[in-house]
Design a protein. Structure first.
Length: 265
């Protein structure tokens, strides 16, 4: 199975892709058809659902919080799939900020986002997830190590929370960092990007152009965001191996099981 064969133009699910094929440092590759990533599944069409069903998914990890689910809706039901909701952000985080966005409060948004503040906000979010959500990431990896694949990881846009969780998973099985970054940056492709809107998607065109520009760093996948996660791992645990062992509680046996389920050969 190739990644092209499992990446159709889904009508209601953005940023979907098979992560298979990425190389590891020891010369192996991630299997195709075992690990997928995407935006949320709340607006999946019947045709989308039929495609997802054909993948034979065992587990869907939803990293959205209650506020996200209230805004976008719950994931569609996929028969026979284990749905695991592991929020990686608190519903209250940023509530006042996103109200400013919905209200179109340009002066307040300038004060909060201009002069590099938007990108700083994103780097701090990545740092916070790496430090504060070790239990959730540990749970994900232990589930995968039990063989509960194929698995799909998603958040709202499939960029940040899902992107970090995919990155952590790939680090655990030895995928090269350049390959992790290349996959992460695919979320910038125009057909993958999250649709920016205040509430009703039909209102997208009504957003003030300056607000769109101010918000742009929040909707980008930037290498500097992923690098912030790596730096946080190094500063907090002294490196990836200690992070995996002490931060996420992965034993050598668990990592061997992960490799067996996710890697070719």
């Amino acid at each position: 199975m190739t990644s092209e064969a499992v990446e159709p133009a889904l009508a209601g699910v953005r940023n979907f892709r098979d992560v298979g094929g990425l190389p590891t440092a020891d010369g192996r590759r991630l299997r195709h058809g075992v690990l997928y990533r995407s935006g949320h599944l709340a607006h999946a069409t019947d045709e989308d659902a039929a495609f997802l069903h054909r993948l034979g998914l065992h587990t869907v990890f939803d990293f959205r919080n209650a506020a996200d689910q209230a805004l976008e809706g719950p994931d569609i039901d996929l028969p026979g799939v284990r749905n695991m909701n592991l929020p990686l952000t608190d519903p209250a985080e940023g509530a006042e900020f996103w109200q400013l966005v919905r209200d179109g409060d340009l002066p307040e948004l300038r004060a909060a986002l201009a002069d590099g503040q938007a990108a700083d906000r994103m780097r701090e979010n990545y740092r916070s997830i790496i430090i504060g959500r070790t239990a959730e990431h540990s749970r994900v990896l232990h589930v995968l190590a039990e063989g509960d694949v194929p698995a799909l990881m998603h958040c709202a846009a499939g960029k940040d929370r899902a992107g970090l969780s995919i990155a952590v998973t790939l680090l655990a099985v030895g995928v090269e960092r350049d390959a992790i970054e290349s996959d992460y940056l695919l979320s910038n492709d125009p057909h993958r990007r999250y649709k920016m809107h205040r509430g009703d998607p039909s209102e997208e065109s009504a957003i003030h152009p300056e607000i769109v520009e101010l918000l742009a760093p929040l909707f980008d996948a930037r290498a500097s965001y992923l690098h912030e996660a790596y730096t946080t791992i190094d500063e907090t645990w002294g490196g990836v191996e200690t992070y995996l062992r002490e931060g996420l509680g992965l034993t050598p046996t668990t990592r061997d099981r992960l490799r067996a389920h996710l890697l070719e050969g």
